[in-house]
Design a protein around this ligand. Structure first.
Ligand code: ADP
Ligand code: ADP
Length: 227
């Protein structure tokens, strides 16, 4: 479980990006942060894997303050997917995914087998595994990004607008793939989006943020829609 306990983030220029945020992202659920651009979604997400540390308050992972865990150790247990998949441009698709288990000490063959299995799971046509990222569409690259984030089998997955840059048809397919995958894998997922429809579709619970970094509402999707 991830816990935000009265978390505030004030940047050096005085901007308050997140303002006394308190909420829980339970184990095995998808918690969505939704709200307009600039409401502190990305900042909140990045305080979980310590790309950013809070100015005040604490972020806890299974009860442990993340700032007491060194970032490399912490990030081994946290997959991270961003809007532009951020693949290594000079590595083949299979090696983009295999690099993670390889760095964790798996032998090359095992790492590649694992990569192929994951690429299949995220619905990538395996004929593409030998290509380079620039030879794939945006949606295909995002699938690879998800596979790479899952490669070390982290219990936690952070997703920052992962499907926002792809066209609506592909987006729908990626959303459905994520729900199928989650039904199998049962990760603790924190998903950031500005799209309320996406939030309602994917979230077990939805945190609505307002500019200034305030939590306006925290509900399951059905309750959210009924208000
Ligand atoms: P994106 O959300 O598109 O991936 P970033 O995460 O880099 O982009 O930035 C998110 C928001 O934070 C944007 O509004 C950006 O302008 C702002 N931002 C990022 N880094 C800085 C910075 N160093 N100084 C001021 N604003 C920043
Ligand atoms: P969102 O992900 O909801 O678009 P962000 O967390 O990126 O929001 O940003 C929240 C606020 O903090 C915005 O006003 C943004 O411009 C500001 N911000 C983000 N990064 C920085 C930074 N490094 N320095 C100053 N302000 C920042």
């Amino acid at each position: 479980m991830i816990t935000f306990d009265e978390v505030t983030k004030r940047y050096a220029d005085g901007t308050v990006a997140v303002d006394r945020l308190t909420l829980e992202a339970p184990t095995g659920e998808i918690t969505v942060f939704v709200g307009p651009s600039g409401c502190g979604k990305t900042t909140s997400l990045r305080m979980i894997n310590r790309m950013i540390d809070p100015s005040e308050g604490r972020v806890l992972l299974d009860g442990v303050d993340v700032t007491t865990i060194d970032p490399p150790t912490l990030r081994r247990g946290i997959g991270y997917v961003i809007q532009q998949a951020g693949l290594f441009p000079h590595r083949k698709i299979v090696d983009n995914v295999a690099t993670v288990p390889y760095l964790l000490g798996w032998d090359k063959k095992k790492a590649r087998d694992r990569a192929m299995e994951l690429l299949e799971r995220v619905g990538l046509d395996l004929k593409l595994a030998g290509r380079y990222p620039f030879q794939l569409s945006g949606g295909q690259q995002q699938r690879v990004g998800v596979a790479r984030a899952l490669a070390a089998d982290p219990p936690v997955l952070l997703m920052d607008e992962p499907f926002s840059a792809v066209d609506p048809v592909v987006r729908t397919s990626l959303q459905e793939e994520l729900l199928r995958l989650q039904a199998e894998l049962n990760k603790t997922i924190v998903f950031v989006t500005h799209d309320i429809d996406e939030a309602v579709k994917l979230g077990d619970r939805v945190a609505v943020l307002r500019v200034g970094g305030h939590l306006a509402q925290l509900d399951d999707p059905a309750t959210l829609l009924s208000r």
